[in-house]
Write a protein of this length. Structure first.
Length: 457
């Protein structure tokens, strides 16, 4: 079949995709289409160029259900895909799932990309194309400047991010408007784009639009700014990663322990970039994070915590700093039985009965106890304030909280401490000490081996 004749916009798009050397013959691409002008222009241009590129395309429309008329967007995308004979997948989001304190914009963005990635895996696609263009890049960089996000923020929108590729970043809004008019493309206007209380809309309508009239090379200039910032940011990331092996003392799925002396020996900016690398933060950090961290490193006392983006926090603990992600999961009690392995993101629990007697074990992750003193099912749960147990080799009971303090357990590890409960009595502070009541004695004839292994990242 003869390739369709391409106009200048479509030829530029093909040239850009070839220049990136990422799109290969026989790949499968998802086009994310909202129904707005930009994504509808991307859909039509990819429909025209797919044959020349020798790729298969599918369309995904995510209905956020944030507007009463969102069905109009969906209907237009359905009608267009039917006309173009392109496979369409529709995904629906529920605004009721937005977390307390989460912005509507962040909720929509996070869930939308989550849906797109899930569908990409389901249909085994290679790429997700979104319709972000050069004017979106200008707005993003200006927003980041106003938020004091530093060099990382000046990168703006990434042209390639994981399996997401944004082929229109080199095109201006004027380019897209002209293409949509030339091709007689239909689209739906999002009424929220007129709301100037939204910072991005204010910038678009009152600053960028006027600026672009006086400087026709504005999109190109900001495209170059983004490239230079990317080069500088990658150099700093490279430098920060050179220090990471010497600074990390211990790393698990729960926490990352950092050597205080070595961390404070590197320059403040590199120190902050090192933290960003360790927690794999995708979004630029705002000025209050930079200034707050500088103060924290300078004057934090033991036990003091600084809240980081992406649900992370950092603790000053004696001669170290400890990074940990807030545990957003509800940690419910787990019923355990012999020979059934329990594995979570944070730990593995194993209860064996086919073991030989051993009265002493130097490995705190594994304990041998008297099996005749326990039931065939027990409860594994996080410790709670007021919990007490009878530590092995000690007289009487002790509060778990006091025991952990005596053990010099840091605050994060303390918050993630689990206990094993038999008949409403704690028999093991997991990974630390068993109860004296289940210890092995010369009279013991039945043995159980308990293991609590922290999952190391």
């Amino acid at each position: 079949m003869k390739n369709p004749e391409l106009n200048q916009f479509e030829k530029s798009l093909v040239g850009h995709l070839y220049s990136q050397s990422r799109i290969k013959s026989d790949q499968r691409v998802i086009i994310a289409v909202s129904g707005g002008k930009d994504s509808m222009a991307l859909l039509h241009s990819m429909d025209k160029t797919a044959q020349m590129l020798n790729i298969a395309i599918d369309t995904v429309h995510v209905n956020h259900h944030l507007r009463d008329d969102s069905y109009k967007d969906q209907a237009l995308v359905e009608k267009t895909c039917t006309k173009l004979k392109i496979n369409l997948i529709i995904d629906h989001l529920d605004p009721a799932t937005k977390l307390k304190g989460e912005s509507l914009e962040m909720w929509a963005r996070t869930r939308r990309y989550r849906s797109l990635e899930r569908i990409r895996k389901e249909i085994n696609a290679d790429w997700i194309f979104t319709a972000h263009h050069g004017n979106d890049q200008i707005e993003t960089i200006l927003l980041h400047l106003s938020q004091g996000t530093g060099i990382h923020g000046l990168r703006g929108i990434h042209d390639i991010q994981g399996h997401i590729l944004r082929p229109l970043l080199g095109f201006s809004r004027i380019d897209i408007d002209q293409y949509a008019a030339e091709m007689n493309i239909s689209w739906v206007d999002d009424s929220s784009n007129a709301d100037e209380t939204i910072p991005r809309n204010y910038l678009r309508r009152n600053i960028v639009k006027l600026w672009e009239k006086s400087d026709p090379n504005l999109v190109k200039a900001f495209y170059e700014v983004s490239k230079h910032a990317k080069d500088a940011d990658e150099a700093l990331q490279f430098a920060a990663n050179m220090f990471i092996p010497d600074i990390i003392k211990q790393k698990t799925r729960v926490s990352i322990k950092l050597d205080e002396v070595r961390l404070l020996a590197i320059p403040p900016l590199l120190r902050i970039i090192l933290l960003r690398e360790l927690i794999d933060s995708a979004e630029p950090w705002r000025r209050f994070v930079y200034s707050g961290l500088k103060t924290f490193f300078k004057s934090a006392n033991t036990g003091q915590i600084f809240q980081l983006p992406d649900e992370w926090q950092i603790l000053k603990d004696r001669k170290q700093f400890i990074l940990t992600r807030k545990n957003l999961r509800e940690r419910k009690p787990i019923t355990v039985s012999p020979r059934i392995k329990i594995e979570t993101d944070d730990f593995i629990f194993i209860w064996k009965t086919d073991c030989k007697g051993q009265s002493f074990n130097s490995d705190r992750e594994t304990e041998i106890i008297d099996a005749s003193k326990i039931n065939q099912t027990m409860i594994l749960r996080p410790w709670e304030p007021g919990d007490r147990f009878h530590p092995f080799g000690m007289e009487g009971t002790k509060k778990i909280s006091d025991y952990l303090i005596d053990e010099k357990v840091d605050r994060y590890t303390k918050d993630n401490q689990w206990v094993l409960v038999n008949r409403e009595e704690i028999i093991w502070v997991c990974g630390r000490r068993i109860s004296d009541k289940v210890k092995v004695t010369p009279e013991t004839t039945q043995f159980a081996e308990l293991s609590f292994l922290n999952n190391v990242g």
